[in-house]
Design a protein around this ligand. Structure first.
Ligand SMILES: Cc1ncc(COP(=O)(O)O)c(C=O)c1O
Length: 418
């Protein structure tokens, strides 16, 4: 599952005690295990080997250059959603022909950047985006591949903020519009319509919704092919759920066992876009207890990380285990584990039964590798934490802790205010 384990009551990442790393870099910090990242990538690649997929890691889950590099070295492509993510992708030297680009609001500048880079696919999410892509491709003398992202109207049975495949969601196009596009491809002479894309949401723990969505898209593609439309690629998105608490998500093998049989006879090249599955359990957020505070109603553990560093608990009411850096025999009580930010929503755990820590102890917020640092902010003018990766039993800072100068970088005091 992952490589964060206790040895003699001390939490380790691979072969290194978390406390040793904390001594070197201070707190809070994100800590990633390269081994876990690679293991997860390989699990998926192996599970889908019959269809030899292109796995495009979803950069938004954790866009650290070092993590992208680990995956690109393994042969992964990248799934991007902005010009900034394209920049990151290029910085790690991924072959542009392994980049796919989704997103409902691509700007002209972003489209131009993708065209100039020569990416594999634009995953088109609206008719007007397709008109713009066609126009820009003509202007720049390019003939990009485009996939139509379809919205299959399937419930992913996950949190409403990360459900993307219902008709009321902003993503993708319905099948009728998609069909119209393929039969009117002459209206888009500069674009090669070669694929279908579907992504119905994130943290999906049951294969049922995947199966319904992929079946619908598969049948649609087979229908198109039967009518002479050339479709080469099917991108089945990401969304695989992981264990945060007591979920029993489908494994990569179980997922493949359900999905591969309906894909393998189509002759389509298959693309997957996993994010959370690869990095979610490969990272933790390490924080130090600043104060233990008891009130008449509650016990609080106040730590030095906050919702600016890790927003999932408050944004999605997500459960994350909070474990001690060193296990003790201290009495257990119920605590709210909270940060220093001026918001009641600034918490990592509520009413959590745990051993009472001493001030100065380390705590680890587990399964924080996905949508952790990539969603962090400078709210309350807090500097972003540093990020560390364990590689072959050595720890490396892969992003420095910010300083106060970083907080005001780019700000200007107008002379009129002098
Ligand atoms: C288009 C697309 N693909 C892939 C992903 C990755 O999802 P996950 O991290 O759940 O695998 C997302 C996440 O929002 C997405 O929007």
């Amino acid at each position: 599952m992952h490589d964060f384990k206790y040895k003699n009551n001390r939490l380790y990442c691979e072969g290194i005690a978390v406390a040793e790393i904390a001594k070197k870099v201070g707190t809070p910090f994100y800590l990633y295990s390269r081994k876990t990242i690679i293991d997860h990538y390989r699990k998926l690649k192996t599970a889908f080997r019959e269809v030899d997929p292109l796995i495009c890691y979803s950069v938004k889950a954790n866009s650290s250059l070092a993590i992208l590099k680990v995956l690109v070295n393994e042969g992964a492509g990248l799934d991007i959603v902005s010009g900034g993510e394209l920049y990151r992708a290029r910085r790690v030297g991924v072959d542009p022909k392994r980049i796919v680009y989704a997103g409902v609001g691509k700007t002209q500048t972003e489209i131009d950047a993708g065209l100039k880079a020569g990416i594999l696919f634009f995953n088109v999410e609206s008719l007007n985006e397709l008109y713009l892509l066609n126009q820009r491709a003509g202007a720049l003398n390019k003939r990009p591949y485009a996939a139509i992202r379809v919205n299959p109207n399937v419930s992913a049975r996950t949190h409403k903020y990360i459900t993307t495949g219902r008709h009321e969601n902003k993503f993708g196009l319905d099948f009728t519009t998609a069909r119209w596009i393929f039969f009117n491809s002459n209206k888009f002479p500069h674009v090669r319509l070669r694929g279908l894309h579907v992504h119905i949401g994130s943290q999906i723990v049951n294969s049922g919704p995947f199966l319904s969505a992929i079946k619908k898209v598969r049948n649609f593609v087979v229908g198109l092919k039967g009518l002479g439309v050339k479709v080469e690629y099917l991108n089945i998105g990401g969304g695989l759920g992981i264990i945060y608490k007591d979920e029993r998500p489908q494994t990569a093998d179980e997922y493949a066992r359900v999905v591969v049989p309906i894909l393998k006879d189509t002759g389509l090249k298959i693309i997957l876009e996993p994010g959370r599955f690869i990095v979610g359990n490969a990272g933790i957020l390490v924080t130090r207890v600043s104060y233990v505070k008891q009130t008449k109603n509650k016990n609080f553990i106040i730590v030095d990380a906050g919702m600016s560093d890790f927003i999932r608990p408050t944004l999605y009411e997500a459960y994350h285990e909070v474990l001690p850096g060193t296990k003790t025999r201290a009495r257990t009580r119920k605590f709210d584990v909270v940060g220093p930010i001026c918001e009641t929503g600034d918490f990592f755990a509520l009413n959590r039964k745990m051993a009472e820590p001493a001030e100065g102890n380390l705590l680890a917020v587990m399964s924080a590798g996905a949508y952790g640092f990539s969603m962090s902010s400078n709210y309350n003018s807090r500097v972003k934490p540093c990020e560390v990766m364990v590689v072959a039993k050595k720890s490396f800072v892969i992003r420095k802790r910010e300083g106060c100068k970083d907080l005001v970088r780019g700000e200007v005091l107008p002379t009129a205010l002098k």
